[in-house]
Design a protein around this ligand. Structure first.
Ligand SMILES: [Zn+2]
Length: 90
């Protein structure tokens, strides 16, 4: 099975899981892809929920931006696919 056959949601679908970690709304944040350099709102990322946990991929190049896995009482967050995450103070 190739990635093209997966259905994905937009980054807003990660809002619930991410709000359990971050006080600020990460889906509204701007992030830069570490692979292609595209800067976009996290909400524009392609979110795959069929994996163990969440996988957000760049809407431009499909590189993995963020992985979030919940295991028992621990949440593991891998954000190495992003150069930065820029949040607006409310
Ligand atoms: Zn990219």
């Amino acid at each position: 099975m190739t990635l093209e056959t997966y259905d994905y949601l937009d980054g807003n679908a990660a809002g619930g899981e991410l709000s359990s970690i971050f006080a600020m709304d990460v889906t509204a944040a701007e992030c830069q892809c570490a692979h292609c350099g595209a800067s976009k709102r996290f909400a524009e990322a392609h979110l795959y929920m069929q994996a163990p946990g969440l996988v957000a991929r760049c809407a431009v190049c499909d590189h993995v931006l963020l992985r979030l896995v919940s295991v028992r009482h621990r949440v593991v967050l891998d954000v190495r696919g992003m150069t930065y995450l820029s949040l607006d103070r409310t």
